[in-house]
Write a protein that binds this ligand. Structure first.
Ligand SMILES: Nc1ncnc2c1ncn2[C@@H]1O[C@H](COP(=O)(O)OP(=O)(O)OP(=O)(O)O)[C@@H](O)[C@H]1O
Ligand SMILES: Cc1ncc(C[n+]2csc(CCOP(=O)(O)O)c2C)c(N)n1
Ligand SMILES: [Mg+2]
Length: 335
């Protein structure tokens, strides 16, 4: 298939070509020109993030179907936008195709991108196709909108503030290890679903950001430990860890895998939970609000992780007083 034919097919799948389909609010020009034209909603700041999914780095074809890879690409990008309190809006996708890629595989990836984009309210406004001899690579750049002054950064923690996690940590790592170790599907179906098709906290992110006591936030793409470290580093504070939340399921999976359950939660990554810093003055109000308005009827959990100690060199300190700077362990792309 010629490149322009493939682009036409992918564009049909996405249904957002400037030539056809229903007009999309804010999209002046979509797929089919040199670049896209987007109208920014009045009174909004622009958020931009980019994140990739690469064969051999983020997934292996023995573990995952192409449709889920497409879904995964969207969710990991959406997570970065909602973790600041923003609303995802438009994306572009750069796809690298290995020579001899089975016909139809990239189309199936795009069906996944289209479905997940619809779910999160994202419109794919363009992209790029090139060869990639290293395997399939997908890079999404996602734009989002946020009311001025409401961005919640990684900095902002002060002594006494509390750290809470919203989500279900340790699932994706359990799923990944169960695939690596070729474990039984039935025991790990939920963990594998969390790994293959993570959900981004679309509703919870902006709600948390709008709560006055929330002073700092990040998503846990690289693991709970790494995310805590990033908040400590950006805020220039020490953090005392009180508890690592290990659910019954994670305990069960860890036992079957022969792994330490705390380790799955601490270093795992790819859960896309939200780690939230709450001002100590607002903690009581936050808990009351979070348990009802934020999470009533939701499968996501709310866990106290620790407390901010002092200002100064960032450090993660465990309840027992052990630990130290090396406890920023998490997934590394370099080295
Ligand atoms: N190659 C690069 N060039 C410029 N800036 C980069 C580059 N890689 C990362 N950054 C920036 O560094 C910061 C941290 O990046 P990182 O990829 O760790 O973000 P993250 O949200 O923690 O991770 P994830 O990719 O898992 O979402 C971000 O501001 C990002 O834009
Ligand atoms: C084949 C394979 N090996 C290892 C992993 C684990 N992994 C890859 S990237 C990443 C961090 C988040 O990604 P990023 O930093 O790019 O956002 C993690 C935990 C995987 N998913 N697939
Ligand atoms: Mg992030």
């Amino acid at each position: 298939m010629k490149e322009h034919e493939l682009i036409a097919e992918l564009s049909r799948i996405l249904g957002s070509s400037s030539g056809g389909g229903a007009p999309v609010s804010g999209l002046g020009v979509g797929i089919g020109d040199d670049c896209a034209l987007i109208t920014q909603p009045p009174g909004c700041d622009l958020l931009v993030t980019t994140d990739s999914q690469r064969e051999g780095v983020h997934f292996r074809w023995e573990w995952i179907d192409p449709f889920s890879v497409g879904r995964r690409l969207v969710a990991v990008n959406v997570s970065d936008i909602v973790s600041k309190g923003g609303r995802p809006a438009f994306s572009v996708v750069a796809a690298g195709l290995p020579p001899g890629d089975p016909p139809g595989r990239i189309a199936e990836v795009y069906r996944g991108i289209a479905e997940e984009s619809r779910y999160y309210g994202v419109v794919v406004a363009g992209g790029d196709i090139s060869r990639d001899p290293g395997g399939m690579s997908l890079v999404m750049t996602l734009l989002g909108w946020i009311p001025p002054g409401t961005f919640v950064g990684r900095g902002g923690l002060a002594p006494g503030d509390c750290l809470y996690l919203v989500g279900r940590p340790g699932r994706a790592r359990s799923g990944l290890l169960s695939l690596e170790k070729d474990q039984d599907e039935t025991l790990f179906s939920e963990a594998r679903a969390a790994f293959r098709t993570p959900r981004a906290l679309l509703r919870e992110g902006p709600l948390l950001a709008s709560f006055p006591g929330v002073v700092s936030m990040t998503d846990t793409s690289d693991g709970l430990g790494r995310s805590l470290w990033e908040l400590a580093r950006a805020s220039r504070v020490t953090i005392k860890v009180e508890e690592i939340p290990v659910s019954k399921e994670v305990r069960k999976w860890a036992e079957a895998l022969g792994e330490n359950p705390g380790e799955l939660v601490w270093t795992g990554g790819e859960d896309y939970d939200l780690l939230v810093g709450v001002s100590f003055r607002e903690e009581e109000a936050f808990l009351k609000w979070a348990r009802t308005d934020l999470l009533e009827g939701s499968p996501e959990g709310l866990f106290l992780i620790g407390q901010v100690g002092e200002r100064g060199d960032p450090e993660i300190i465990f309840g027992s007083g052990t630990g130290g700077k090396e406890w920023g362990a998490g997934f590394e792309h370099t080295g």
